[in-house]
Design a protein around this ligand. Sequence first.
Ligand SMILES: Cc1ncc(COP(=O)(O)O)c(C=O)c1O
Length: 428
Amino acid sequence: MGMKRPFVTRERLEAIAAEHPTPFYLYDEAEIRRRAAELNAAFSWNPGFREYFAVKATPNPWIVSVLAECGCGCDCATGPELMLAEAVGVTGRRVMLSSSDTPEEDLRAADELGAIINLDAPDMVDTLLRALGGRVPEVVCCRVNPGGSFVAESGIIGRPEDSKFGMTVPQLLETLARLRDLGVREFGIHAFLASNTQVNDYYPRLARLLFELAAQASRELGVHVGFVDLSGGIGVDYRPEDTPCDLAAIGEGVRRAYEETLVPAGMGDVAVFAELGRWMLAPAGALVTRVIHEKRTYRHYLGVDACAANLMRPAIYDAYHHVTVMGSEDAPRDHRYNVVGRLCENSDQFARDRPMPECHVGDLLFVHDAGAHGHSMGYNYNGALRSAELLLRRDGTVQQIRRAETPADYFATLDDDPRFSSLARRKR
Ligand SMILES: Cc1ncc(COP(=O)(O)O)c(C=O)c1O
C-alpha cells in the first residue's frame, strides 16, 4: 500500500494552528506550481496548449493568481467566477465560460471580458444572439455529448448518456453550421465525459473522439476548428492504494491521437486545452481539524471541529479522504474510528470504521486531497460557518487568503429589519 504524507510536519502545523484556529484549509503553493509545471510539460508538444483552471474547484483569487503565474487561464461557470478571473487579471481568450443553462447576463459578462464562450445546447445560440443584441463572437466553443458509455481499457468509466451536459453529435454539427452562417470565424469542441478518472487512457480516448469530430466538422462544414478542449476529469489517488495518473503518459497518448487524426487532416495547428480542477489542486490542499470529543457506543467516534459544511464530499458522494493523525504518521493503524462532525445529519462523517493510529482529544487531523471541490462546496446548514483558507508560501510563511466566516456573515443576507439587524454585526 502506498503512503500518504502531509506536506507539513506536526510541529509546523501546531504552530500554524496556534495563530489560526482550526478548522482551516491549508494549501501548498510549491505543490500547486509543481503540478502546473508537470501538466504544461506533458503537453509541451502542443504550442497552443493551455490549462484553464476550473475555478469552481478552488475559487480563491490568491490560488488562481498562483496558477495564472504558471500560465493557466480560468474556466468559469458563472458571473461571479468571471469576476474573480478579471480581478486577478485573467481576461480575453485566457477565460472560458463553460456552463450550462446559462443566463443571458453571464454570456454578456463573458463577452465583455473577451472570454471564449462554450455553448452547452443548440438553443444557446438564440440566447447568445439575444444577449449580444443579434451579434455573435468571433470564437465560439460547443460542448458535445456522444451518449452511450465511455469505455477505457479498464472498462466503463462514465455514462455520458446519463449526463445533462452537452449536445449530441448531429446537434453539434448543426450548431456549428448555424454559427458559421452567423459569422463565427473560429470554433472549439469540448467534452467532459467522465469524472475523477484513475486511468491514463481517458484523455487520449476522449481526444481521439474529439479530434475526429473536429476533422469531420472541418471537412464537411468547412469550419475552422482552432482548439479542442478536453475539459476536466483526470482524477487523483485519494486512497493510499490508488495509483496516481501519469501525466507524461497522458500527454503522450493525446499526442499520438493528434498525430494520427488531426495532422493527416491538415489540422496540425489545433490547440489542445484542459480545464482541470481536481488534478491541479486536490492534493495541494488539506482540511485541518482538531479532535474535540470522543465517544464509544456501537462505534468509536472521534468528534472533530470541522463538519460536512466544511468538506461535503464524504457526506454526499461517500468519497474517501485519507486522514493522517499528525505526529502518528508512521504508527500502526490498529484502531478503528468514525471521524464525525457536529451537523444534525448522520452523513456528517469524514471516515467510517476507518483503521487509524490511536488518536485522542486534542490531536490534529490532516484530511488529505481536499484542495479541490472542498471549501468551495461548503454550505451553512445548521448555522455551520465556513472555515478560513491559508496558503503555505514557498518561503515557508503562511498567508491567510480567506478569513473564517463569522455569525455576521451567516446573517448578512437577512432583510434589514431592525429586530434582526444586530445579528448581522455578530462577530462571534
Ligand atoms: C465544465 C467543467 N470543466 C472542468 C471541470 C473540472 O473538473 P475536474 O475537477 O474533475 O478536473 C468541471 C467540474 O465540474 C466542469 O464542470
